[in-house]
Design a binder for this molecule. Structure first.
Ligand SMILES: Nc1ncnc2c1ncn2[C@@H]1O[C@H](COP(=O)(O)OP(=O)(O)OP(=O)(O)O)[C@@H](O)[C@H]1O
Ligand SMILES: [Mg+2]
Length: 238
């Protein structure tokens, strides 16, 4: 039998294998949840009360949603990389867009009272794609929420001439120095993430989103102290 040695493989091939094994892992987990709950519903239906049945259906729905979000994310990255993602920026007020999004995420019970929004520049109008920007900001806020237990501050600032900064700051676990340059890679997750859930897709989409908008992304992070992620976008007075 011919055994492929990893030292004969190119870096690109090793990366591809990493992507494939991550996809397998990410799909296998929810599929086995669906499988075991369907088996339970098929075989033990008579012994299960209504509550238990509802709970089992709930696990199936959650697992299906997980698969669907995961496939949507991969689909989006693929489209962005092929340059076929619809990028349709429009000039809009930034403040109501972010305010609404923070309110939405803050309305989730576990997030309540942890999300703070600060913006003294409510007049700012930017040329941005709502769908992509929403995706980017939701990922940054959700990251802050899952990697920290304290308050999270979302803020908007005019920075120097011709630049607007959207910042998400937390006091959570922070990102190890060695990981800082890598977290924009597809499926890359920091060494200190442990059991905290995630697939490592969000930041690569954020970076692509900034690229499409002609913006930049900065990270200031210290392990055990917290993280601040800044999306910097070109600004003209419209
Ligand atoms: N606010 C933060 N605090 C600590 N670590 C962070 C923070 N934001 C990002 N990271 C690190 O960057 C990695 C990549 O982030 P990314 O959003 O791409 O992945 P994820 O959140 O783990 O998974 P996904 O977004 O696909 O659900 C994270 O796994 C984590 O190691
Ligand atoms: Mg994320």
């Amino acid at each position: 039998m011919y055994k492929l040695k990893s030292k004969n493989m190119s870096v690109a091939d090793i990366q591809k294998l990493h992507v494939i094994s991550t996809i397998i892992h990410e799909l296998r987990t929810p599929l086995s949840v669906i499988n075991s709950n369907i088996q339970l519903l098929e075989n033990g239906k008579d012994m299960m009360g209504q509550d238990m049945q509802t709970e089992s259906f709930g696990y199936c729905h959650d697992a299906i949603k997980m698969i669907s979000v995961f496939l949507d994310d991969i689909g989006l990255i693929n489209k962005i990389n092929k340059g076929i993602v619809p990028f349709t920026p429009e000039i809009k007020s930034l403040d109501p867009f972010i305010r609404k999004l923070v309110k939405e995420l803050g309305s989730i019970k576990s997030n309540r009272s942890r999300l703070i929004y600060r913006n003294e520049n409510t007049d700012i109008k930017l040329n941005f794609d709502t769908k992509l920007m929403r995706y980017a900001l939701v990922n940054l806020i959700n990251n802050a929420l899952k990697f920290s237990k304290e308050e999270i501050i979302v803020s908007v600032e005019k920075y120097r001439f011709g630049e607007v900064r959207i910042k998400v700051k937390d006091s959570g676990i922070g990102i190890p120095k060695d990981d800082l340059g890598k977290i924009f890679e597809i499926f890359y997750r920091g060494k200190n993430t442990g059991m905290i859930p995630g697939t490592g897709l969000g930041m690569s989409i954020v970076r692509q989103c900034m690229h499409l908008h002609g913006g930049k992304i900065y990270i200031d992070s210290k392990v055990g102290k917290g993280t601040e992620i800044i999306m910097s976008l070109p600004y003209e007075k419209f």
